[in-house]
Design a binder for this molecule. Sequence first.
Ligand code: SAM
Ligand code: SF4
Length: 475
Amino acid sequence: MPPPALSALRSLAPVGYATASGVCQSTGRTLSTMRRYYVTTFGCQMNAHDSERIRGLLEELGLGEAAAPDEADVLVFNTCTIREKPDQRLAAYLGNAKAQKSRSPETVVAVGGCYAEAQRDRIFERYPFVDVAFGPGTIHHLGEWLGAGGNGIARSAFGTAGERRFSAALATQRERPFQAWVQVSMGCNSVCSYCIVPAVRGREVSRRPGEILAEVTALAGEGVREVTLLGQNVNSWGRDLRPDIRTEFGELLRAVDEVDGIERIRFTSPHPKDFRAPVIAAMAECEAVCEHAHLPLQSGSTRVLKRMRRTYGRERYLRLVGELRTAIPDLALTTDLIVGFPGETEGDFEETCSVVEEVGFDGAFTFVYSPRSGTEAAAMLDQVPDEVKHERIERLVNVVQRVAAERNAQRIGLMEEVLVEGTSRTDPSLLRGRTRRNVTVNFTGSAAAGELVPVRITASTSQTLRGSQEALVAA
Ligand code: SAM
Ligand code: SF4
């Protein structure tokens, strides 16, 4: 039996669709009237990548991108539900979409991603003006749900989690022609007690190596120089593959490194428990793999890590950092940290602050713990009061910024290879790019977006570097 929301939806009749004459029955629009879409993305890089696929798919259906949501006929929200904050932001955006729809009733509202999946039984009750909802991994159905050829829009439909598939076969609209995300796995087999991801994205499925390499090779042929390999737990990739092609993430790094034209390889997010010797060796030996690891720690207290079910403790994490730095001396390390996990004491919190100093993180995403319905931690009885969480996060942010500022200051005087991304966001007379260690540099110089240039670092803050481009010296 399909869930109630699904069966209710299946009974909903399409209200508008394209006919052979090219006139939409409900709206009377002709096919020559270009429909426009607007995609709003919340959350992680996986969602940003999925949104590129959604844009590509809508373009293939003949829709054009609108400059702003209120100019669009199709509004797509690609959602996140990792914490309460994105849920609240989505509610505000959907309020605007509802108002737009009451002004222009043909507006189509589609809600995809993790929030849609988590709320699959309730979303149409809570937001009756939503026409289409779909979970992560079911983007390939969006075209059918949005109607014949995308010219007329048929309302209703929902993707089911059982239909999850890699969206790599879909067209994509990338932000920059020289950088691309490549999804290597979906889902997650970990059971972190605070996290909703396994419930909404399902068990881990690795993409076949041949498929990944074919995509990377095609991207290189299109002029892509930097790829970021994506997975919820990217370095456990390969273990669920058929025995005859089973392999591990280090081998994948080596294979991508051999693709002509790919000059930078990044990956996110690795889990510390799966960061094994072959991956470290591949990072050290492959020229294109950048000297940066985003290594989510979550807490500096072994007691809290245990309750989080992270399966490593503070000491093991620090040992891993040591092994990484021995193999790759110039490595930049960034992390994710949660404050206010249930039962976190002042002493536990201070351990998180001290580990930031001990590791010398180059940056960190800091989160206030947010109880997610259905997770193990949400049911724990020793929840930390909000005011304590907020006081702690302020203190943690100060430590993170001070340490990152010290790390960046150590780059002054050094030459960094920078991939130019465009002009500076704050000063259009400067160029902006990223070092191999993934730090943004604003610099004087003349180079086109997509070029790799040497930049001498002259100044720094906690988040950015300043510099000037140097001439290439012939060898
Ligand atoms: N799979 C990755 C990992 O394990 O590191 C990233 C998953 S999640 C998209 C990104 C980050 O969100 C996590 O590393 C964690 O710090 C944070 N996060 C997840 N659930 C949370 C919650 N309930 N409250 C606060 N932060 C949370
Ligand atoms: Fe969530 Fe943990 Fe999986 Fe990351 S590894 S997605 S934090 S369950």
